[in-house]
Design a binder for this molecule. Structure first.
Ligand code: HEM
Length: 226
């Protein structure tokens, strides 16, 4: 058996792909915060990314490979765990587990469905096509107005809020798992890093959640022409 097919090897793959995905989640959130700077800043940022097709497609391909590897490894580890644990011992084994660790597979599936929904919404424009082809006064794709129109719909805003809550629950446990897998065990730094993980999960929830909420509360609004 090779390292990468062993349980510890697969946990290592989960941890490294998970950390890379967390990096994307943080970067995407910081980029999205530019929505608070207004239409021009946000659309300039979106146009800048699209003006570099080669790095953009390389990043997209990398992200897809990382995401699929993370998912496939999660399924493979779950299968190994189920085979190793007879049904009768299932309940006692989960008694000590925290709620977020119990629901990693379920929250992961919600995140997968969210990503498909989100790509169909903002990247492919299938869900609200009437807002997908807007152009701003500078002649650029008006991603800002698309986003604001999107979240002015309460059902869409609520769906995003729910999904980022689920994402933060998943991240909370994921971060604790990474520390365990990488064998990080220090009397002072481990508790500190656990708090950093909890803080990161909270930041992701509040940060992403603040965007639909700001639109719903009228704090971020459409420019006059849109
Ligand atoms: C309130 C929360 C979010 C907002 C407002 C938001 C906004 C956006 C927008 C506007 C785009 C399209 C950019 C464009 O085509 O110009 C986009 C793409 C994307 N978002 Fe989000 N996003 C949110 C949450 C998330 C989360 C939580 C994830 C991951 C778990 C995510 C993953 C992606 C991915 C993978 C893309 C496609 C990037 C690409 O085009 O290659 N987003 N997002």
């Amino acid at each position: 058996m090779s390292f990468f097919t062993s349980t510890i090897g697969r946990k290592f793959i989960m941890a490294t792909t998970g950390l890379l995905l967390m990096g994307f989640i943080l970067g995407h959130l910081l980029g999205n915060f530019q929505v608070f700077l207004g239409q021009d800043a946000f659309n300039s940022y979106a146009a800048l990314i699209k003006s570099m097709p080669a790095p953009l497609w390389a990043a997209r391909a990398g992200l897809l490979v990382i995401f699929v590897t993370h998912l496939a490894t999660a399924l493979s580890l779950t299968r190994t765990n189920r085979l190793a644990r007879p049904e009768a011992y299932k309940k006692p084994a989960t008694v000590q587990a925290s709620p977020s660790s119990l629901y990693m597979m379920e929250t992961g599936i919600v995140i997968l469905l969210f990503v498909i929904f989100h790509l169909a919404h903002f990247t492919l424009g299938y869900l609200q096509p009437e807002f997908f082809h807007l152009i701003d006064p500078q002649g650029r794709h008006d991603v800002f107005s698309m986003l604001v129109h999107g979240f002015q719909n309460g059902a869409f805003a609520a769906a995003y809020l729910f999904c980022v809550l689920v994402l933060s629950v998943h991240l909370h446990h994921a971060f604790q798992s990474v520390l365990q897998t990488l064998g990080f065990n220090h009397s002072v730094y481990t508790p500190l890093l656990r708090k950093v993980g909890a803080g990161f999960a909270m930041f992701v929830f509040l940060g992403y959640g603040s965007i639909p909420l700001a639109v719903l509360c009228g704090f971020v609004t459409l420019p006059f022409a849109a």
